[in-house]
Design a protein around this ligand. Structure first.
Ligand SMILES: Cc1cc2nc3c(=O)[nH]c(=O)nc-3n(C[C@H](O)[C@H](O)[C@H](O)COP(=O)(O)OP(=O)(O)OC[C@H]3O[C@@H](n4cnc5c(N)ncnc54)[C@H](O)[C@@H]3O)c2cc1C
Length: 311
């Protein structure tokens, strides 16, 4: 039999001490939710090991491992990251879970309310936690509502949750099937699931759900997974992910042109460019709202470039 093309070494199961310490520990999120690490496979080392199958065993030192992982992350060479997997047990309100479950690349088993009684707990919102509908888009929220109104809203929430649970339990007592009895439970009811995903797809989930555009509740879960689990599990890959995919700034072709013109002090040409593309149109009171331009303005602020049309 011929020798394998890839140099094989004596293998030991990879373990990460920092992660072993939190195995099985409930990391609290929201008022009664949690993320609990059930199991994991791989580490930064496994990413490097898989990549070396592609690139040969030339890079060995830790500094080179770091450079290799960063290279892979920068260039979207994703399969080495798929060599790491993680299994979590999560407890999440159903509205949040509905967003979470849209990520199709995980393996999931959810608590069944056809089979078992629905969890007797719903996520509550404190008087000072009600968020106002944002005017920036139709989806998000921004500043907080007055605590006085909030107090009324929290009280009504409590009444609704208590009533919904009473009705549910009445149906169960009347021998209604669990699958039907549950239909009027609020979306704030907690559910639980086992969720297993590889590191590449987990980074995709985290990029979308840790982002400021994601709903605050799911952001809290994503941030807990990212900062309290992934950062310990694969610290080099985590740093690279933050650098290249979270804290980085992506510029479109138009945006690059505008940045270049503004950096050259050519404000009039930058304005003319945006006007010609319909991104900047004057109204009697200023400029009409344009989402792409607003996003460009946010990027210019991050780059500390003055916005001439906003002056
Ligand atoms: C801020 C925000 C707002 C959102 N608003 C809405 C909304 O208003 N309405 C709504 O319905 N959804 C909304 N979503 C959900 C969103 O459209 C995605 O469904 C969700 O984020 C999952 O993303 P994904 O498909 O990339 O992830 P995953 O399902 O984890 O897939 C990862 C990647 O695998 C590939 N992939 C997986 N499955 C397939 C497939 N079947 N076919 C082709 N490629 C596949 C894709 O490249 C995909 O990007 C929102 C998400 C965010 C973050």
């Amino acid at each position: 039999m011929s020798e394998p093309a890839v140099v094989t070494e004596t293998l030991a199961r990879v373990s990460v001490a920092g992660l072993d310490e939190i195995l099985g520990v409930r990391l609290p999120v929201l008022d009664d939710g949690f993320v609990r690490l059930v199991d994991y496979m791989g580490s930064d080392e496994s990413i490097v090991q898989a990549a070396r199958v592609s690139y040969g065993s030339g890079t060995k030192r830790v500094s080179e491992d770091r450079a290799l992982i960063r290279y892979l992350m920068r260039h979207h060479h994703s399969t080495p990251f798929e060599m790491c997997e993680i299994k979590l047990h999560v407890r999440v309100p159903m509205d949040c879970w509905r967003q979470w479950i849209r990520h199709r690349t995980a393996s999931v088993n959810e608590y069944s309310t056809r089979y078992s009684l629905a969890i007797d707990n719903a996520q509550t919102t404190g008087a000072s936690e009600w968020r106002r509908q944002t005017i920036a888009n139709r989806q998000g929220s921004d500043e907080l509502l007055d605590a006085e109104i909030g107090s009324y809203l929290s009280q009504r929430e409590h009444q609704l949750t208590v009533l919904a649970r009473e009705v549910y339990e009445e149906r169960i007592a009347a021998d209604v099937a669990r699958e039907q009895a549950r239909k009027d439970l609020p979306l704030s009811t907690y559910t639980e699931a086992y969720w297993k995903i590889d590191l590449h797809n987990l980074f995709h989930f985290l990029r979308l759900r840790m982002d400021s555009h994601a709903q605050d509740e799911i952001r809290q879960f994503a941030t807990t997974i990212g900062h309290k689990i992934v950062a310990k599990w694969c610290p080099i890959a985590w740093d690279a992910f933050i650098d290249y995919h979270v804290e980085s700034l992506e510029l479109s072709k138009i945006e690059r042109r505008v940045v270049s013109l503004l950096s050259d002090g050519n404000s009039d040409a930058a304005i003319a460019e945006l006007e010609s593309l319909g991104l900047l149109s004057r109204t009697a009171t200023g400029f009409s709202r344009n989402r792409e331009r607003i996003e460009l303005e946010a990027k210019l602020r991050k780059l500390s470039i003055a916005i001439p049309w906003a002056e």
